[in-house]
Design a binder for this molecule. Structure first.
Ligand code: BDR
Ligand code: CA
Length: 307
C-alpha cells in the first residue's frame, strides 16, 4: 500500500527535481498535498513553482501556501544570496490548477489530526510551516510517524561556514521541530554533497525523451554553480531529491543515531546543527552518513522515464 505523504518545500531547482521524483511513484507514495514555504524564493514564487511542476507532470495534487517568512528573523532567500531566480533554465507550463485557499499550516494540522495512522512528512525547505503547526496544535506530534528532513551540516555549511541554508533561514523553527520528540531522519550536506550532477548523469536524464525529464535536465543545467565554484565539485549537489530517494529506497543510505541541537544565537554559528558525537544524551535524529550516489541517480533517471 502506498505510504501517505505530505511534501513541504520551497521550489527551487532541487525541490523541483524532488517533486518530480515523488510524482513518479504513486504505488509507493500517496502524495496528499504539497505545502510551500518562503525559502529559496519568496512564498508566492514557491507556490506558483509547485503548481507549474504539477502541471508539467500532469498531477492534480493540491498545493497550499504556508508561511511567508521565518518565525523571528527577516527572510533571506537564496535569490538574495546567490542571485538565483527559482526555476531558471526551464520553460514550465502555466498552471491550470489554482492554489488551495486553505493556509498550508492549517492543511498540515487538519491532515495529521484526521490521519487514521501516523504520517510521514518530507521537509525540503526551512521548517517554518511545521514549527507553526506544532505551536498551534501540539497534539499533531503523535500523528507524525517520521520526518525526513533535508537540512543541516555535520562539517561545513553552504550559506555560512557553519550553517546549511534551510536551518539558517529559520533556526528557531528548526529548534521547535528538533525538540518536539518526533522521529527524524536528517539528510545533511555531508550526504547531499556526495550526490553530484555530473555531465554524464545529466546526459542520461537529457536522453529521456519525455517533457518532465527534459525540464529536469534544463533545470539542472543551470543549477548549483555557487557550490561547484566554492567547493571545486565535479557537479552540483542534489540536496532535496535525497529525501524522496530515501523514502523510495532507504537502502541507498546508511544512518546512525545522533543528538542534534540547533544554534539560535551564535554570531558566527547561527543555524549550525551541533551534533553531539559524545552521545551525552538520548539521540533525537537518525542522521545519514553515506549514500550510494550512482544508485540514487539510477533511481532518479529510471523513475523520470515514467513521467
Ligand atoms: C537546501 O537549501 C535550498 O537552497 C535547497 O533547496 C535545499 O533544500 C540545501 O542547503
Ligand atoms: Ca529546498
Amino acid at each position: 500500500m502506498a505510504r501517505p505523504l505530505i511534501i513541504d518545500c520551497d521550489p527551487g531547482v532541487d525541490d523541483a527535481i524532488a517533486l518530480l521524483l515523488a510524482f513518479t511513484a504513486p504505488q509507493q507514495l500517496d502524495l496528499l498535498g504539497i505545502t510551500t514555504v518562503a525559502g529559496n524564493v519568496p512564498l508566492a514564487l514557491t507556490a506558483t513553482n509547485a503548481l507549474k511542476l504539477c502541471e508539467l507532470a500532469d498531477q492534480t495534487v493540491p498545493v497550499y501556501a504556508g508561511c511567508p517568512r521565518p518565525l523571528l528573523q527577516p527572510l533571506q532567500t537564496a535569490v538574495e544570496v546567490h542571485g538565483a531566480t527559482g526555476l531558471q533554465g526551464a520553460t514550465l507550463p502555466d498552471p491550470q490548477q489554482r492554489l488551495q485557499p486553505q493556509h498550508g499550516v492549517d492543511f498540515l494540522i487538519e491532515q495529521l489530526l484526521s490521519a487514521p495512522v501516523p504520517m510521514t512528512l518530507a521537509m525540503l525547505g526551512p521548517l517554518t510551516n511545521l514549527a507553526v503547526a506544532l505551536i498551534k496544535a501540539p497534539q499533531i506530534v503523535s500523528k507524525i510517524a517520521e520526518l525526513v528532513i533535508m537540512g543541516g551540516a555535520v562539517t561545513h555549511g553552504n550559506i555560512t561556514p557553519a550553517a546549511e541554508f534551510n536551518v539558517y533561514v529559520d533556526p528557531h523553527a528548526a529548534q521547535v521541530v528538533f525538540t518536539a520528540g518526533i522521529p527524524i531522519t536528517l539528510i545533511t550536506l555531508d550526504t547531499t554533497h556526495q550526490v553530484l550532477t555530473t555531465p554524464e548523469r545529466l546526459a542520461a536524464i537529457r536522453h529521456i525523451n519525455r517533457p518532465a525529464a527534459q525540464a529536469a535536465a534544463d533545470l539542472l543545467t543551470y543549477y548549483g554553480t555557487p557550490d561547484i565554484e566554492r567547493y571545486g565539485m565535479a557537479g552540483a549537489p542534489l540536496h532535496d531529491p535525497c529525501v524522496i530517494a530515501y523514502l523510495l529506497q532507504p537502502d541507498l543510505f546508511t544512518t546512525r543515531p545522533a543528538q542534534v541541537a540547533i544554534e539560535t544565537q551564535g554570531q558566527h554559528t547561527l543555524g549550525r546543527t551541533v551534533v553531539d558525537w559524545w552521545h551525552s544524551g538520548p539521540p533525537n535524529v537518525s542522521i545519514t552518513d553515506s549514500v550510494d550516489a550512482a544508485g540514487l541517480y539510477d533511481l532518479l533517471t529510471t523513475q523520470l522515464s515514467y513521467l
